[in-house]
Design a protein around this ligand. Structure first.
Ligand SMILES: C[S@@+](CC[C@H](N)C(=O)[O-])C[C@H]1O[C@@H](n2cnc3c(N)ncnc32)[C@H](O)[C@@H]1O
Length: 268
């Protein structure tokens, strides 16, 4: 398909129908909903033209808007940072169902910090720590988890965390990268072109980071504390095995509606 021409600047606010038509022509499935959001986000016709142009040339809607909806929150997102997916709300729900009175929460591989922010919003005052290896993610997470609400650390998995957290964590949420290396090229262009490899590539079977997290998690969890990860359907049995081998009492959970697979491991 030849590239779409740039969306022309408007001299006055264009009709909603014109924006919908442009989005639809570019293949946006939810053109009506997106048009509403873009119209609401642009204070002038010129800015609207820029936003629509960015969207129809393939930028994810969330990056164009600068935010993503997640668990009822508006999460700031930035270029080069993983956009939180709605299916990950299922991981948040499972964490809350398993440890409803959690006092210490860690969001490992936090990206934008959406998971940690959502858990804290639901739990009320908690000790919240989030961590990521990518400085761009850490910067973005600090916007979603201001200092008053929690601490955001930089580093490789558990190395980023204060040692004083060992044995005290009630919820350890770790939405690690889990796409097998050979399958990264099969992802939709919005992910391939706009999200960093470090946020997607989970190694040959996609479970390299998940296994590392499972091995170390029991040292950080309190008794009855839970580790939660997201996987694909195909990966879930291997993830359950890794958790069980690490000494966690393990169970998989599935949301057919969200097409989400979560593995939950409790420290006995
Ligand atoms: C799939 S994204 C998930 C982001 C966020 N938790 C969410 O659900 O939206 C995975 C994140 O893991 C981070 N990451 C990758 N390798 C890491 C490592 N060794 N240590 C810490 N973070 C890592 C990436 O930078 C990315 O932000």
């Amino acid at each position: 398909m030849p590239p779409l021409p740039p969306f022309p600047p408007f001299s006055s606010t264009p009709s909603r129908a014109l924006v919908v038509a442009a989005l639809r022509a570019a293949g946006c499935v939810f053109a009506e909903d997106e048009a509403e959001l873009l119209l609401a986000a642009a204070p002038t016709p010129g800015e609207l033209a820029t936003l629509v142009d960015r969207r129809i040339t393939g930028e994810p809607l969330e990056l164009v808007l600068g935010w993503a909806e997640f668990s009822g929150l508006r999460i700031a997102v930035e270029p080069g940072v993983f956009v939180p997916r709605r299916r990950t709300e299922f991981l948040v729900e499972q964490a809350l169902a398993h440890v409803p009175d959690a006092a210490v929460v860690v969001d490992l591989c936090c990206g934008s910090g959406a998971v940690g922010a959502a858990l804290a919003a639901a739990l009320g005052p908690v000790e919240l720590h989030a961590a990521d290896i990518d400085p761009a993610a850490v910067r973005c997470a600090r916007r979603n988890i201001p200092e008053a609400d929690g601490q955001v650390h930089t580093g490789d998995l558990f190395e980023a965390l204060p040692v004083g957290l060992r044995g005290r964590v009630d919820i350890l949420a770790a939405n690690v990268p889990y796409v097998p290396t050979d399958e990264v090229k099969l992802l939709p262009a919005e992910a391939r072109d706009h999200e960093p490899l470090v946020a997607l590539d989970g190694g040959s079977d996609g479970l390299d980071l998940l296994r590392r997290v499972a091995i170390e998690a029991p040292d950080w969890l309190t008794q009855g504390g839970c580790l939660l990860v997201e996987t694909s359907e195909r990966q879930a049995p291997a993830a359950v095995e890794a958790f069980t081998r690490a000494g966690l009492r393990t169970r998989p959970a599935v949301s057919e509606e969200e097409y989400a697979h979560v593995v939950i491991g409790t420290r006995p």
